[in-house]
Design a protein around this ligand. Structure first.
Ligand SMILES: Cc1ncc(COP(=O)(O)O)c(C=O)c1O
Length: 371
């Protein structure tokens, strides 16, 4: 019997997440020297991991024979102090991606609806489909979440509403006032997910804690993957009411976050200097890349995150040509943006290299067209 036919219907039709290509993979595929490849495809931190986190992770490895603290006590304690919330108001995940899945476990059944923007972070849609629920996708307006249209799309079947701010793949953010107003006016049967994966890159991240204090069904998601440079260790968190976080904690695996990641995350929170340097250099990199692209006559979506959406003509072709030159970016055709690429902000010299290779690739494509 065909194993496919034994799988649940939602699994049989489940789309596959396409991650940014790892450097080693591209080197192998194209016969390139990995040392000459730069990856600007997954919005990682070009400065590497927080040095304090790295040191703590190395120390934690010594106890690698022991199971981790399943409750992530130290990390929740540290986060609680930082946010002036209680420890019960946090759920720690194997990346914030896992928390999106936990939301599915806790709230989604077949036939439920999840309201989300399009294009927005694809994992909301993947998790929705995996639980047999229906994604209700609301197009962006001026590259931003159209919050009034999203509110209007809520029905009695809506279980979750996902807002990504700053949004991936556009890098645009909704204001604190608009987010507060949006959440306050949604019906009580809806759980609102505010994905703040890139919030630390904003000069002033929105503070949605008043909504939590007022008892709104809202959970905010953050990650150590970006601002603290710990993408490989897989650790993120959600904060909300103790009841909501309690439900998410109930459906997670007992040891979902390993001890190395926990130790690194605890230490990263103290690495204020690294986080500010990352944010500062990212802002400089954003203008460097945006100005460089505009100087080439290219349209760029104004971004407040650590990546930019750039209109290059044939996105897949440019992605491919850049990759052959050892610069990995992200094609965004799967987001319905076939003329665009998404590029993460790198170090100053990586950005320079990207801009140079991009100019060259576009010149070559134009000259082939003229022939
Ligand atoms: C908007 C958004 N949310 C969540 C994530 C997942 O982050 P994590 O590494 O914590 O799973 C990403 C990763 O790129 C993202 O872009």
């Amino acid at each position: 019997m065909n194993i496919e036919s034994l799988a649940k219907p939602s699994v049989r039709t489940q789309p596959v997440y396409e991650p940014g290509k790892p450097i080693e993979y591209v080197a192998r595929e194209l016969g390139l020297d990995p040392a000459g490849i730069i990856k600007l495809a997954s919005n990682e931190n070009p400065l590497g991991p927080s040095p304090k986190a790295l040191e703590a992770a190395r120390r934690a490895l010594e106890n690698g024979a022991l199971y981790p603290d399943g409750g992530c006590f130290e990390l929740r304690r540290k986060l609680a102090a930082r946010y002036a919330l209680s420890e019960e108001q946090f759920v720690i995940g194997n990346g914030s991606n896992e928390i999106i899945e936990l939301l599915g476990h806790a709230f989604l059944s077949e036939g439920d609806e999840v309201v989300m923007a399009t294009p927005a972070f694809v994992v909301y849609k993947l998790v929705t489909l995996l639980f047999g629920a229906k994604p209700v996708e609301i197009p962006l307006r001026n590259w931003c979440h159209d919050l009034p249209a999203m509110a209007a799309a809520v029905t009695s079947r809506t279980k979750l509403v996902c807002v990504c701010s700053p949004n991936n793949p556009t890098g645009t953010a909704n204001s604190e006032a608009d987010l507060m107003n949006f959440v306050r006016n949604l019906p009580e049967h809806v759980v609102v997910v505010i994905d703040e994966a890139y919030a630390e890159f904003l000069t002033q991240p929105p503070d949605l804690r008043p909504l939590i204090a007022a008892g709104a069904n809202v959970v905010c998601l953050r990650t150590f993957s970006k601002i603290y440079g710990l993408a490989s260790l897989r650790v993120g968190y959600g904060y909300g009411s103790p009841e909501l976080c309690g439900l998410l904690n109930r459906v997670r695996q007992p040891f979902n976050v390993n001890a190395i990641a926990q130790a690194a995350a605890v230490a990263a929170l103290d690495d204020v200097e690294f986080a500010s340097r990352t944010a500062r250099e990212n802002r400089e990199g954003l203008s460097q890349v945006a100005l460089g692209c505009r100087a080439q006559g290219l349209e760029v979506v104004p971004s407040v995150a650590n990546f930019l959406l750039i209109k290059v003509g044939d996105g897949n072709r440019v992605f491919d040509a850049l990759q052959r030159r050892g610069v990995i970016v992200r094609p965004v055709k799967s987001y319905g943006l076939s003329e665009w690429i998404r590029v993460s902000v790198g170090t100053r010299s990586q950005n320079e290299r990207f801009l140079g290779e991009l100019a060259d690739v576009l010149k070559r494509i134009a000259s082939v067209r003229e022939i």
